[in-house]
Design a protein around this ligand. Structure first.
Ligand SMILES: [Zn+2]
Length: 111
């Protein structure tokens, strides 16, 4: 005879977990890129989305955890600067999401 295990309450709290290595943002930030490079990387990232499956954008809590450290991940899971590009030329999720939000905002403004 075993006692039933009481159900665990499900709570949603910020993790406060550190995802990135110490000084990661500093090291990543040491490679500045131009607006033109970022635009090219964004186009490359959309090509990557078409050629690859199984990716999903991170949830807002995870993005916020990364951003708190000045870092992000690219869709291929590389660490990137928050608004940067990974070594394979893909942009950070933050850049993808920023662009989608700008598109949404532009669409909303134009009836
Ligand atoms: Zn990469």
């Amino acid at each position: 005879m075993t006692d039933p295990v009481p159900p665990q309450p499900i709570t949603r709290v910020p993790t406060g977990r550190l995802w990135a290595a110490p000084r990661l943002a500093e090291r990543l930030g040491a490679r500045p890129i131009t607006v033109e490079q970022l635009a090219a990387a964004l186009a490359r990232t959309h090509e990557w989305f078409e050629a690859n499956s199984g990716w999903a954008p991170p949830d807002p809590e995870t993005l916020a955890d990364w951003a708190a450290e000045g870092a992000c991940r690219a869709p291929d899971d590389c660490w990137t600067p928050l608004h940067g590009v990974c070594r394979h030329g893909l942009v950070a999720w933050q850049v993808v999401i920023d662009e989608l939000e700008e598109l949404d905002a532009a669409t909303l403004r134009k009836p």
